[in-house]
Design a protein around this ligand. Structure first.
Ligand SMILES: [Zn+2]
Length: 202
């Protein structure tokens, strides 16, 4: 069993050649539930499978395809989190997969482009603008992975005269905070980018 990210950044569970997406509570549905009306399901508790309805699938499992997805996930995380050359990243991926699975991977040129695209994106994310006025927050940082608002306030968009304050949180987090009797606060003062000032609790 392995959990990987979908193209949209959602969790996908790979198990026995089937892919499942999170449904509710502890239950995951086969990703073919809409396209093939598949009724395959799996229930997890504390990371362990407690119930599976494998017989309910109306299609065959595809272990090699799932392994290829896991391989591509490995390629993407390695590209994102290491500075290894593109060639070395591709080499590491090929070590991860069997020959049967390698046939399911995209062609080498396409994988190279994937690595380069991820690196390019990382570089852009790292660029710090000269002033807060120039800071553009790309849409992917304004919502959570499941599409809920994450940038709850940006004072600049309302009034350009007042200092720019950004508030990142979710309404669930705020609700949780309101219910707390005690709040403990910590900050990453030394590592915040130069154009930011992170006030501490005075
Ligand atoms: Zn299914």
């Amino acid at each position: 069993m392995e959990i990987i990210k979908s193209e949209k950044g959602r969790d996908l569970l790979c198990y026995n050649g089937y892919l499942y997406r999170f449904d509710k509570n502890s239950s995951w549905r086969c990703i073919e539930c809409n396209t093939k009306k598949c009724r395959g399901r799996i229930n997890l508790k504390d990371g362990q499978i407690i119930h599976e309805s494998e017989k309910e699938h109306n299609h065959t499992p595809d272990i090699a395809k799932n392994e290829a997805r896991i391989g591509m996930q490995f390629l993407k995380t390695t590209a994102k989190h290491t500075e290894l050359s593109t060639q070395v990243v591709l080499g590491a991926v090929s070590l991860q997969v069997t020959k049967a699975v390698a046939g399911q991977l995209p062609v080498v040129d396409s994988m190279k482009k994937t690595v380069q695209r991820i690196r390019q994106k990382e570089l852009m994310a790292l660029a710090i603008p000269a002033s807060l006025k120039e800071l553009i927050i790309s849409p992917e940082f304004t919502t959570t992975l499941d599409g809920k608002p994450f940038l709850l306030d940006d004072s600049y968009s309302q009034n350009q005269e007042i200092p720019r304050i950004l508030i990142f949180s979710t309404t669930e987090n705020l609700d949780m905070m309101v219910d707390c009797e005690h709040l403990y606060i910590d900050g990453t003062f030394s590592s915040s980018p130069s154009i930011f000032y992170q006030p501490g609790p005075d």
